[in-house]
Design a protein around this ligand. Structure first.
Ligand code: GLY
Length: 401
């Protein structure tokens, strides 16, 4: 395969910061922590979700369709196996992935099916080529697509929040962008080609309505399901309706990066740049881990969100290789590197204190839950970003899954 110019440039002229990120050391740290986690949770057939700051053991959650994070631990195990190539690690990743099987034949509960199935089975298929995994992902993509409303042009994220009237009459949340990746994958891998159109329409509608003029996103967009009209943008997990919730913006960066990869439509590349540039411009000067919401008036005494930094670091490594502008490519790779350096410091790695990879994520501040905690999705995107970084150092492409 001929590598794009940006990749060759970036892999040959290493930036100064590369010296400060010893990616082999950090991946070996991940392996050590993951083995501690396996010992911490073993035998329970549940998934690790979080470790609060004052605690030392994973809080486990049952494998249920309403538990949106159940795919992240299997996904973390797949990345670990990708790096170690150890058969014990393969067996563990397979075991936790297979625990999700009961969820794969249910009708659509909400948009999180993409997180649940693509982070687990998606990585499992990528690394093993197992035909049964492929079929599970194809089925899940069809199930997710049943939530698409053609009048609105998006997937309904939370059917239950329409039924209870809290986010009615039709809601789409920014996190939903991530779940489009499974639709694109399915359309390319033997699934219904209409899944590509659904994903692209969702991305277009979201681009048109779900953002403010400056490129900052609302967490939740409400639409009229009969006319398709956008009603308003509100928040659920952010500080306020018009504040910049760090993880919401992180989902937008990650989402528009792969939407551009899949469509090659430059509108999406320019939009990925816009949402990224706002995020980078709002980071505290000289720092790379955001406060949980850029507009929390308690800043600088507000909690951070390491998970948002991990999501953005991973996305920007891919975006740097997709770029058609070499200055932007350099800027994004350098920003991602700095994020990984900061996440890999003693301030953010759990090290001896806990079996997780990272500390200091914020799950749901308005609910008062998972504030300043280790959370499974922060670990997932951190090891994904390190794995991508290592590939890039070796001159490889990280474009795609
Ligand atoms: N609702 C998914 C998240 O917390 O980002």
């Amino acid at each position: 395969m001929v590598l794009p110019l940006a990749i060759l440039l970036l892999s040959s002229c290493k930036e100064k910061k590369d010296n400060l990120l010893d990616v082999d050391k950090e991946l070996s740290y991940c392996e050590t922590q993951i083995h501690k986690s396996i010992a911490d949770i073993s035998g329970k057939n549940m998934m690790p979700r979080n470790i609060m700051d004052s605690l030392n053991h994973w809080k486990l959650v049952p494998i249920e369709i309403s538990e949106w994070t159940v795919g992240f631990w299997p996904g973390t195990l797949w990345y670990n196996y990708e790096n170690t190539k150890n058969t014990d690690d393969l067996e563990t990743a397979t075991h936790y992935t297979d625990l999700l099987k009961p969820l794969t034949t249910l009708s659509a509960y909400d948009h999180d099916l993409g997180f649940q199935i693509f982070c687990s089975y998606g990585n499992g298929y990528r690394l093993t080529g197992r035909e049964d995994y492929k079929q599970i992902i194809l089925n899940a993509a069809d199930t997710l697509a049943t939530l698409f409303n053609p009048k609105v042009g998006t997937i309904l994220s939370w059917p239950r929040e329409v039924d209870n009237g809290r986010f009615a009459p039709f809601n789409t949340i920014m996190d939903n962008m991530i779940n489009l990746e499974m639709l694109y994958w399915a359309a390319k891998n033997g699934g219904n080609k209409k899944l590509y159109d659904i994903a692209t329409k969702h991305a277009e509608t979201t681009m048109n309505h779900h953002f403010r003029e400056d490129g900052g996103c609302y967490h939740v967009a409400l639409y009229n399901p009969e006319t398709g009209d956008f009603i308003k943008g509100v928040t659920h997990q952010g500080y306020a309706d018009r504040s910049l919730w760090a993880r919401g913006q992180a989902w937008a960066i990650y989402g528009y990066t792969f939407v551009y990869r899949e469509t090659q439509d430059k509108r999406f590349l320019r939009f990925a740049e816009k949402v990224t540039d706002l995020y980078l411009s709002r980071l505290p000067k000289g720092e790379y881990i955001p406060f949980w919401d850029f507009d929390d008036p308690a800043i600088p005494n507000a909690p951070r969100d390491a998970s948002a930094a991990a999501v953005v670091a991973s996305a920007l490594l891919e975006l740097s290789q997709l770029e058609d502008n070499t200055d932007k490519a350099k800027e994004y790779k350098e920003a991602a590197t700095n994020m990984l350096i900061e996440l890999s410091s003693d301030k953010y790695q759990s090290r001896e204190t806990k079996p997780s990879l990272l500390l200091h994520s914020t799950g749901h501040w308005p609910n008062g839950s998972e504030i300043d905690a280790s959370i499974n999705y922060a670990d997932y995107y951190y090891i994904e970003a390190l794995t991508r970084y290592k590939k890039m150092l070796n001159g490889k492409s990280v474009i795609g899954y």
